[in-house]
Design a protein. Structure first.
Length: 215
């Protein structure tokens, strides 16, 4: 029985473009792998506290040498590490906010980077694990557009998940999500609709492929 860890971070609830795509991915995966298990975390509804000094330095100390304060501070980090290590695949909703990831997602990421365990070693505990990132954005950052080169989220998550943690990273990118609500972007609605449909198709096909791979 495979386990999918599903992380959402959008603050837009039912109006979120990234949540719509991650939900479709998850539902498709479950329909193809009904015996599978899903662990879900909504980082907007239940934010992960930022790492403080006690939790940070506890990660560099052997468990048996940690102070009582460090053990208490590191408990959540250990929970999140164990959670992602136990999953067979990870699904992350990561909308582009101010050119990068939401701060709630960054707080979670800071907890799952553990030197000598998940990172900084050739045989990290997350190495080879597939992670699908749904990164929505209100405009477009593709080559040839005015905002080209200003998407710092994609290279950041590629480096974190791929280079640092050794995971197999895949992106789904619904864009121009503000077109239906911003009058100045009205002429881009057809492109938004094409992007939304393409993202839905990718979510469905990639979820099916992942379920088949894990079965």
């Amino acid at each position: 029985m495979a386990t999918l860890l599903h992380i959402d971070s959008s603050l837009n609830g039912d109006n979120s473009a990234s949540r719509a795509v991650t939900a479709l991915f998850r539902e498709t995966w479950q329909s193809q792998h009904p015996e599978g298990k899903v662990i879900y975390r909504d980082l907007a509804a239940q934010p992960v506290p930022h790492v403080d000094a006690a939790a940070y330095y506890a990660g560099f100390s052997p468990a048996e040498e940690r102070t009582a304060e460090q053990r208490e501070a590191y408990a959540l980090t250990e929970e999140l590490l164990t959670e992602i290590e136990s999953a067979d695949a990870v699904l992350v909703g990561a909308p582009l906010y101010n050119f990068n990831v939401p701060s709630s997602l960054k707080a979670w990421i800071d907890r799952i980077i553990a030197m000598g365990r998940t990172s900084g070693t050739e045989n990290g505990t997350l190495a080879g694990k597939p992670v699908t990132v749904v990164t929505s954005r209100g405009g477009s950052y593709a080559e040839g557009t005015p905002q080209a080169g200003n998407d710092f989220l994609t290279p950041y998550l590629q480096h974190i998940f791929g280079t640092s943690l050794g995971m197999e990273v895949d992106f789904i990118v619904p864009e121009l999500t503000l077109a239906p609500t911003v009058p100045a972007m009205a002429e881009l609605i057809p492109l938004f609709e094409q992007s939304r449909e393409r993202a839905r198709e990718e979510a469905s096909s990639k979820a099916k492929a992942l379920a088949a791979k894990l079965s």
